[in-house]
Design a protein around this ligand. Structure first.
Ligand SMILES: Cc1cc2nc3c(=O)[nH]c(=O)nc-3n(C[C@H](O)[C@H](O)[C@H](O)COP(=O)(O)O)c2cc1C
Length: 196
C-alpha cells in the first residue's frame, strides 16, 4: 500500500471548490486501489508561525539534535509519506497564509531536507506531489501566479521528483459557467489518478 498524505488548506471547507476538486481526485485514487489516504486538515491544527519563544525553542532543539520533539511531528509525517496531495484556494496571487505556516513547520533540516557545504538535499520519501487549486481569475501563462510556482520549488527542495498542479481558473469571471470549468479540471484529475 502506498501512503498518501492529503494536506487540506481549503479554508471555506465544504463550500470550497478546490476541496471538491481534490476530493474527486482522492475518490478516483481509491478506485485504483493500493493507496491509504491520511488527511491533515490544517484548519483543525494548532499551527503557529515562528516568533519569539516558539522560534528560539526550535533553534535550541535543532542545535541539540532533538528531532523527535513533538513540534516536529508534521515534518516527520510529511517526510515519510509516499505521495503528497495539497489542496488550497488561490488567494492574493498565492495561497492562504495557513499553508505557508504549515510549510514553515515542516521545513526542518535533518527531517525533510538537509543543507551543507555541498548544497541542498531533499530527504522526503515521496516521489510525487500534486496540487489542487481554484482561481477566480486566469493566471496560467502569466508571471503573477505565485502559489504553484512556489510549491513546485518546495517539492524540489524536499526531494520530491514529480510535481503537477491541477487548477480550475476563471471561476469568478462569469465568462463560462464555473461548474463547467470545474468539471474540466476534474477530468484532468482523473487522468493523474491513473498513474499517481
Ligand atoms: C481572501 C481571498 C483572496 C482571493 N484572491 C484572489 C486573487 O488574488 N486572484 C483571483 O483571481 N482570485 C482570488 N480570489 C478568488 C478565489 O481564488 C476563487 O474564488 C477560488 O475559487 C476560491 O477557492 P475555494 O472555492 O476553494 O475557496 C480570492 C478569494 C478570497 C476569499
Amino acid at each position: 500500500m502506498k501512503s498518501v498524505l492529503f494536506i487540506d488548506c481549503c479554508i471555506r471547507r465544504e463550500e470550497s471548490r478546490s476541496k471538491k476538486l481534490a476530493e474527486h481526485f482522492l475518490a478516483n485514487l481509491e478506485k485504483e486501489q493500493g493507496y491509504t489516504i491520511e488527511s491533515l486538515c490544517l484548519m483543525d491544527e494548532a499551527l503557529t508561525f515562528f516568533s519569539d519563544g516558539f522560534f528560539s525553542q526550535r533553534e535550541a532543539l535543532l542545535q541539540n539534535g532533538v528531532l523527535q520533539h513533538p513540534r516536529f511531528r508534521y515534518a516527520h509525517q510529511f517526510a515519510k509519506a509516499d505521495k503528497i496531495v495539497i489542496a488550497a484556494p488561490f488567494w492574493d496571487l498565492s495561497f492562504p497564509a495557513l499553508l505557508k505556516v504549515y510549510i514553515e513547520n515542516i521545513s526542518v533540516d535533518g527531517i525533510t531536507f538537509h543543507a551543507d557545504e555541498k548544497g541542498l538535499t531533499g530527504l522526503c520519501k515521496a516521489d510525487n506531489m500534486v496540487y489542487f487549486t481554484t482561481r477566480g481569475g486566469i493566471y496560467e501563462g502569466t508571471d503573477m501566479e505565485m502559489g504553484s510556482v512556489y510549491l513546485q520549488a518546495m517539492s524540489k527542495f524536499f526531494g520530491i521528483e514529480q510535481y503537477t498542479c491541477i487548477a480550475a481558473e476563471g471561476l469568478d469571471l462569469g465568462i463560462r459557467p464555473a461548474e463547467e470549468i470545474l468539471q474540466e479540471a476534474m477530468r484532468k484529475a482523473e487522468e493523474i489518478a491513473k498513474s499517481f
